[in-house]
Structures are given as structure tokens and as C-alpha cells.
Design a protein around this ligand. Sequence first.
Ligand SMILES: Nc1ncnc2c1ncn2[C@@H]1O[C@H](COP(=O)(O)OP(=O)(O)OP(=O)(O)O)[C@@H](O)[C@H]1O
Length: 249
Amino acid sequence: MTLMVEAKGLVKRYGERVVVNGLDLTVEEGEVLAIIGPNGAGKSTTLDMILGIKRPDAGSVMYWREDAKRQIGVQLQATPFFPGYTALENLRMFAVFYGLRPTNAELMEHLKRLNLHEAAHIDASRLSGGQQKKLAIAMALLHRPKLLFLDEPTAALDPRARREIRELIRTLAEAGTSIVLTSHDMEEVHKAATKVVLINRGKIAASGTPDELLAQFGVQDLEELYIKLTESIEEEPALGAVYSGGGSL
Ligand SMILES: Nc1ncnc2c1ncn2[C@@H]1O[C@H](COP(=O)(O)OP(=O)(O)OP(=O)(O)O)[C@@H](O)[C@H]1O
């Protein structure tokens, strides 16, 4: 088993507020790890610290190799497209950033993988929300990363597009790509993820395969688990004390 990422004791504070509180996380090769949790739980902040976008106040992040960042693909919630340029042109610009020189035919093939080829010649800023999301994912995949981060990859997508992205995730994982994703769609997480980490108030409330979690907590599905664990932590006053300053989250 190769560990692709090992994050230990991650802490992030904003003023007196601790939004990520001593979080440990590992990503194994070929794993599809879903990070779930309420709005504001600290999921994106955790991803940002793992990616080096935000500096942790404590803790460490180790990758499987020193030059790992060349082999990482990232789709964040907001993607800065270049307006005035088509989807294809945007894709080409990102390819150049990665040091690649793909032909038009290769780029079209890449767009086709995401069922986005018909939008190739549309200005990126005029694409629908779902098409923009797909373009962001296409950009993250251009250099065939070994490790892929997807922050809410299926939010704003219609059911067919969701299924396409889920199938793409499965195909990538089968080919050995490790994937870390966040999602609020529990059914989808159950279908796509090999491991689930539930974050609540900056801490890990549960972690395991979807089936392990259902058995461990005696619930029917991940939505029930989510409701159960996010409720129970809010009700438990002792856990509130771990947040410095006592500020509400
Ligand atoms: N720059 C900042 N300054 C102050 N607070 C911040 C900053 N960035 C994030 N936060 C706060 O940190 C907390 C965690 O935010 P984060 O974006 O990690 O949550 P999340 O779990 O990804 O939520 P969502 O599901 O809504 O995307 C939130 O309460 C947010 O308001």
C-alpha cells in the first residue's frame, strides 16, 4: 500500500476561531476518498492546507514523492477561466501551463471524455454552470495526474452529467488514480467513494468504507449517518470546549 498523502495534526485558526482542529488524514493509492460534513465544517480549508494554498497553523503534510505537485490535478469550487476564450482555447492555455503541447485533435478527444466536445468553441464564460464544472475537471485531468482533488465535482450538474462524472471517477480510480473529493450528495458518495471521512467542526467524526460506517453506527445510509453524527456532536457540550475562545462555529 502506497500512501499518497499523509496529513498529521492539521490546525487552522482565523483569529480566535479554530476551523480545523488537529485533523489527521491519509490517502492511499487508488483510493476514492470522500470528505463530507456540514457547510463550514472545514472541508475546503483542509483541502487548501493539503494543497499548500493555505498555511496550517500546526501540523504537516507529506506527499508520496518530493516532486508530487507535478502529478496532482485540482478542481476547486471556483475556477478562473479566461473570458473571451473558448473552452478549447482555455484548455490549451492550461495545457501550456503544464508544459504540454497537445494537438487540437487531442484536446477535442479530451473534451469528449467529459462529453463537452460540443461546447469546445463556446466562450468559457458563456458555458452553463455544469459545463464550466466539466471544463474545470477537464483542466485538472490534462496532465494525467496520479492524485486528483475534486471539490464538489458534481454540484450544479444534472443527473446525466453527475453519472458521467461518477463513471469518470470510477474509470480513473480503476486505472490507479487516487482521488479526494468533497460532496454534499450522500447517495453519490456511497456510490463513488471507497473511503469516507466525515468532518464536523474541524474534527473527524467518523471514517471508514461506506459499508463499515453503516455497520459501525447502525444506520441505513450515509445521509442517516450524517444527520446522526452532526446532531450528536452539536449536542455534546464537552466537545465545544476544544474550540479556543469558545466562539460559535
Ligand atoms: N479567510 C477566512 N477568514 C475567516 N474565516 C474563514 C476564512 N476562510 C474560511 N473561513 C471559515 O472557516 C470555516 C470553514 O470553512 P470551509 O470553507 O473550510 O468549510 P467547508 O466545510 O468547505 O464548507 P462548504 O461545505 O460550505 O464548502 C467556515 O466557518 C468559514 O467561514
